[in-house]
Design a binder for this molecule. Structure first.
Ligand code: SF4
Ligand code: SF4
Length: 214
């Protein structure tokens, strides 16, 4: 997708009423029962021949990281790691497209402990939206292990608003990252870093380009 169509999508979302998403959210019957299934690595998704992305490799915004840091007192690197599943190389340097919520050696979100999210109040926007996301045809639902029950109208309205805000933020973030990467950005050039990779990675997150040593 190019920046012109992304900007068009942002504009149409800004003028959309989040309440229009409420019927689909309620009809799905999903609401989060905090079972933690989506916080753990359950399967991998084949993105390209070279990229196998764990189901819980969760992309987060710099704002998410700052909110978690403020709420927990943790440092940036305790919260986030470069997105090693979305990398590009220009021959000299490696560029990671954004940040992932940090995962432990078992492949779980580091904030999932004793069967619960320990940062529920500060959790990333994407976690607040799960299992919903905005697809081409409107609200869609990802796999969810929670029991089905009709969500109360007020809860569905809150979810619809969060979903709309998340989608706008995500698209704006894409636009900024595309500007940072320029010609280097191409789907055909996307790679994941090999397990145990050691070296420098430039992380482009739409706000700044920072150097991380893995
Ligand atoms: S932040 Fe919380 S809700 Fe999000 S993946 Fe981690 S444990 Fe799960
Ligand atoms: S799988 Fe569904 S019910 Fe379980 S934590 Fe994730 S969103 Fe909540």
């Amino acid at each position: 997708m190019d920046t012109v169509s992304l900007r068009g999508r942002v504009e149409s979302l800004i003028h959309a009423h989040s309440r229009d998403y409420v019927p689909d959210i309620r009809k799905s019957g999903f609401s989060c029962a905090r079972c933690g299934w989506c916080c753990r690595e359950n399967f991998s998704i084949r993105i390209t021949e070279d990229i196998l992305r764990p189901s819980n490799a969760i992309s987060i915004f710099p704002d998410d990281i700052r909110r978690i840091m403020k709420g927990t007192g943790l440092k940036w690197d305790d919260v986030a790691q470069p997105d090693i599943y979305s990398c590009l190389s220009d021959g000299d340097n490696i560029y990671a497209i954004g940040w992932l919520l940090r995962r432990n050696d078992a492949g779980e979100c580091v904030f999932y402990r004793d069967d619960a999210c320990t940062i529920y109040e500060f959790r990333p926007m994407i976690c607040r939206c799960y299992p919903f996301f905005m697809g081409e045809r409107g609200v869609e639902v990802m796999h969810c292990e929670g029991p089905r029950k009709v969500l109360a109208k007020e809860s569905a309205e809150r979810m619809a608003l969060v979903l709309k805000r998340y989608e706008i933020k995500k698209l704006r973030s894409y636009i900024s990252i595309m500007a940072q990467l320029g010609d280097k950005l191409s789907f055909a050039n996307l790679r994941m870093l090999p397990r145990g990779y050691e070296g420098e990675v430039f992380v482009c997150d739409g706000e700044r380009i920072s150097v991380q040593r893995l």
